[in-house]
Design a protein around this ligand. Structure first.
Ligand code: NDP
Length: 452
């Protein structure tokens, strides 16, 4: 395995993969750790989790540089990611005990209640796009619930994977409570099938979701899937157009365009369409593309060579199918995997950009005549992760909240994950929820206890 700087294509460091013997040793350690770890108190686990948060906060610059060097996000956003991880650690350190408290239920027995018990070792298969946040939002609740974690991180971010393992150890968690498996995706099915592993979570592409879901199904194991999205961003005539257009630019290019909840399809009412397109184009063209470690850069490279090739193909084929290029539509010449902030309009249903998730800084514009049409178009996707709707009409807000097929609807704001709110999708965006009380209850045995 190796870390490659996406801004230059240079190999930064090589890592020895974990072979079968090392994987076996780590699985054995996870299984051996669990019986003692589950008996630790919430107070002990909270102390360790809060300490992990302190380390993340104290070392956010160094950690941010690691993320930027391995996957190309801007340093500012990488530092903010480390801070957000510290927040989710503090959040669960503070609230986990309450979220998992016994719940009394009235029955004919003298006493009945629900108890939330840990399951055991949980495997997390994670992506590179938010290389710390995706892991911490799984690990903070899972470890606070008394489970132990095994991380199979994306193969292009081994440095982040090992750093996260080190943070939990330094925070005081027992050896074996959280371990990284440096393995490729081919090893995942075998780990899922291992009887010591009790559940699985994946954040990644739809294709990986199918494979992990299949393997979990075969082994009859609980699985949470957080997959792709092609989130709609609807703009109605009553919206504050200036705020909508500015947020649209940010929402599309966040993380260099590689976020599952980035706004990808801009569905705009015809009365404000021309002005919105003009502002979006101007906003995209004003962005500074360059070295993500430099101050003032808005958009860095895509994380992998494959990523930039995929986006290039999707745009080229969409233009060939009849889409109009509003701006961009090309790689940035020179070293690294940069793609210019771009926009496509008049996209026909046959174009890849209409159906597929575009994981890069490419905005897709659509013109509609009514809220009905906006909702129908927004829902004409296999995905259903987030959605954003811009309107000051209370009736329209209600309709969007009720009728958009998505795990989240944000009104007059961009979609963002928040430790206090549930996060997840419907349709091919996956199933299960992370964060809040909902996330911590995904990997527990909801046990009925009834005392006669
Ligand atoms: P992948 O889904 O391929 O990778 C995510 C994780 O899944 C990685 O750890 C990867 O391991 C693992 N994985 C991949 N294939 C399998 C498999 N067959 N069985 C088990 N594990 C597997 O994402 P990519 O990096 O290839 O990105 C491709 C597309 O995925 C993007 O264009 C985007 O559409 C989507 N994506 C969505 C994300 C989201 O946040 N929803 C995040 C990342 C990607 P390994 O790295 O070793 O292959």
């Amino acid at each position: 395995m190796q870390s490659v700087n996406p801004a230059t294509g240079e190999v930064l460091q090589r890592y020895q993969d974990h072979g079968p013997a090392e994987v076996e040793a780590r699985l054995a350690r996870a299984a051996a750790t669990f019986p003692n770890y589950r008996r630790t108190s919430f107070a002990e686990r909270s102390r360790w989790m809060a300490r992990a948060g302190e380390l993340l906060d104290a070392e956010k610059d160094r950690i941010g540089r690691l993320m930027t060097s391995e996957m190309g996000k801007t340093l500012k956003s990488a530092i903010a990611e480390a801070e957000k991880c510290a927040w989710v650690c503090r959040y669960y350190a503070e609230h986990a005990e309450r979220f998992l408290a016994d719940e009394p239920v009235e029955t004919s027995a003298s006493r009945s209640f629900v108890r939330h018990l840990p399951l055991g070792p949980v495997l997390a298969v994670m992506p590179w796009n938010f290389p710390f946040w995706q892991v911490f939002r799984f690990a903070a609740p899972a470890l606070m619930a008394g489970n132990v974690g095994l991380l199979k991180h994306a193969s292009n971010v081994p440095g982040c994977a090992l750093e996260i393992e080190a943070i939990f150890r330094r925070a005081g968690f027992p050896e074996g409570a959280f371990q990284t498996l440096l393995v490729g995706s081919a090893a995942v099915a075998g780990v899922i099938a291992d009887p010591r592993v009790r559940a699985v979570t994946l954040t990644g592409s739809e294709g990986a979701g199918v494979k992990v879901g299949e393997a979990a199904g075969r082994a009859i194991k609980k699985v949470v899937l957080e997959l792709g999205g092609s989130d709609p961003f609807i703009v109605m005539p009553s919206a504050d157009l200036d705020a909508a257009a500015k947020t649209a630019v940010t929402a599309r290019v966040i993380n260099n365009g590689q976020s599952c909840i980035a706004a990808k399809r801009f569905i705009v009412h015809e009365r404000v369409y021309a002005e919105f397109e003009r502002r979006l184009k101007a906003g995209l063209e004003a962005l500074r593309v360059g070295d993500p470690a430099q101050d003032g850069v808005d958009v860095g490279p895509l994380a992998t060579a494959q990523g930039v090739e995929d986006v290039e193909r999707q745009v080229t084929e969409s233009v060939r199918a009849g889409a109009r290029l509003v701006t961009g539509g090309r790689r940035v010449p020179g070293r690294g995997w940069f793609y210019a902030p771009s926009a496509l309009a008049d996209i026909p249903p046959a174009a890849p950009a209409y159906r597929e998730e575009v994981f890069g800084p490419v905005a897709l514009l659509f013109k509609v005549r009514s809220a009905d049409e906006a909702i129908a178009l927004a829902n004409d996707s296999v995905y259903g992760l987030g959605s954003s709707a811009w309107t000051n009409d209370p009736a329209e807000r209600e309709r969007f909240a009720n009728e958009l097929e998505a795990g989240a609807t944000f009104v007059n704001a961009m979609v963002a994950s928040d430790p206090r709110l549930p996060f997840g999708g419907v349709k091919h965006s996956g199933h299960g929820r992370e964060l809040g009380p909902w996330g911590i209850r995904e990997f527990v045995n909801v046990k009925a206890v009834s005392i006669q």
